[in-house]
Design a protein around this ligand. Structure first.
Ligand SMILES: [Mn+2]
Length: 348
């Protein structure tokens, strides 16, 4: 059952005077017929919920107007989110399909700028109108017709919900599931530092639609496959700590990943196993990828700004003060020793 939400607006005000950007977004969708929505290379609960949310918001705002809205990501929706309503409508980018920028009037990127969308970026960059909906501190350098950027939003899903509230559009129970998953994913169940009274307000609105929050939290976030559990075992086996005890790290080689039959998405949140170690100040997880690249994820308890740290290693790196990542070139041994040395220096 949709819930009318307007009256509580003043109690938990929407951050950062984004009204003008919201209005610009509304103006743009009024003149657009072919809309492309995309997100950062690695799909997570927040990016998926936000994309489904934006699509639903536009459909609701435009009513009967015939629109062609496509969501295209480089990576497929991880298994754990596939129960979400309409997640099957998210397409995987196919280089052979020869998609052209001029097929679209408007592109909207959620939870990361165009630079972070991977192979889709070349097409997105060529679309005449662009909208960014994001909450990342070190974000996109590109120009956008509307830049809906709220660094204080716990998640892009919270920000997208704020747009529903601003435009007076009710949220369906099905969509509430997706937005709720995004919020609990990005806040670590309302624990991370960007969680605010407004975040709880938004979650409360989602609960009012009747979602089974307990079941969907287990399914989308906490559960993993048996192979996923074996992957965690490997992470614990490979764990290392610096002499000071302030830096904890682990890694998976390509051989580890090939050997273990896990499902994509199982790795989600495993870095927390390093983070929740007494004395650890900053933690790093190294994952050996294809073509001599290593994906590095960081978490920090606050002293080190890992978004800046990741950006200093690679200009495409970024994220949040306490959670960030980047891709680096080189052998996993070399990348690990270089990065850990630099990380130790920045902690001290
Ligand atoms: Mn996010």
């Amino acid at each position: 059952m949709p819930v009318k939400l307007r009256p509580v607006l003043d109690l938990f005000p929407i951050n950062n005077g984004l009204d003008k950007e919201f209005d610009r977004f509304a103006d743009l969708i009024k003149v657009s017929e072919n809309i492309l929505i995309s997100s950062a290379l690695t799909s997570d609960g927040d990016s998926i919920g936000a994309q489904l949310g934006v699509k639903s918001l536009i459909q609701n705002m435009m009513g009967s107007k015939s629109l062609n809205i496509r969501i295209i990501n480089e990576s497929p929706v991880p298994n754990r989110y596939r129960f979400l309503n309409a997640s099957e409508s998210i397409e995987v980018f196919d280089p052979a399909a020869d998609l052209k920028a001029n097929e679209f009037d408007l592109v909207i990127t959620c939870d990361g700028g165009i630079e972070r969308t991977g192979q889709v970026a070349d097409i997105l960059g060529g679309v005449s109108h662009k909208v960014l909906i994001d909450h990342h501190a070190i974000g996109s350098q590109m120009e956008y017709s509307a830049r809906i950027l709220d660094l204080e939003a716990s998640s892009t899903c919270e920000l997208v919900y704020n747009m529903f509230e601003y435009f007076g559009v009710p949220v369906s129970r099905q969509l509430a599931e997706a937005l709720y998953v995004g919020i609990v994913f990005d806040t670590g169940f309302f624990k991370h530092s960007l969680t605010t009274a407004r975040t709880h307000h938004v979650a409360a609105q989602m609960l009012k639609t009747g979602i089974d929050f307990s079941k969907i939290s287990d399914r989308a976030i906490l559960e993993r496959s048996w192979g996923g559990q074996l992957l965690l075992k490997k992470l614990l086996d490979n764990m290392q700590r610096s002499k000071s005890g302030k830096i904890v790290s682990s890694y998976w080689t390509k051989a580890d990943l090939d050997e273990i039959a896990f499902i994509d998405g199982d790795q989600e949140g495993m870095i927390n196993q390093l983070y929740y170690i007494e004395g650890a100040q900053a933690v790093a997880l190294f994952v050996e990828a294809e073509d001599g690249k290593v994906k590095v994820s960081f978490r920090s308890k606050g002293e080190v700004n890992v978004a800046e740290f990741a950006r200093s290693l690679n200009s495409h790196g970024g994220g949040h003060k306490r959670a960030a990542g980047c891709m680096l070139e080189g052998s996993i041994e070399k990348v690990r020793s270089d990065v850990l040395k630099k990380l130790e220096d920045s902690v001290n």
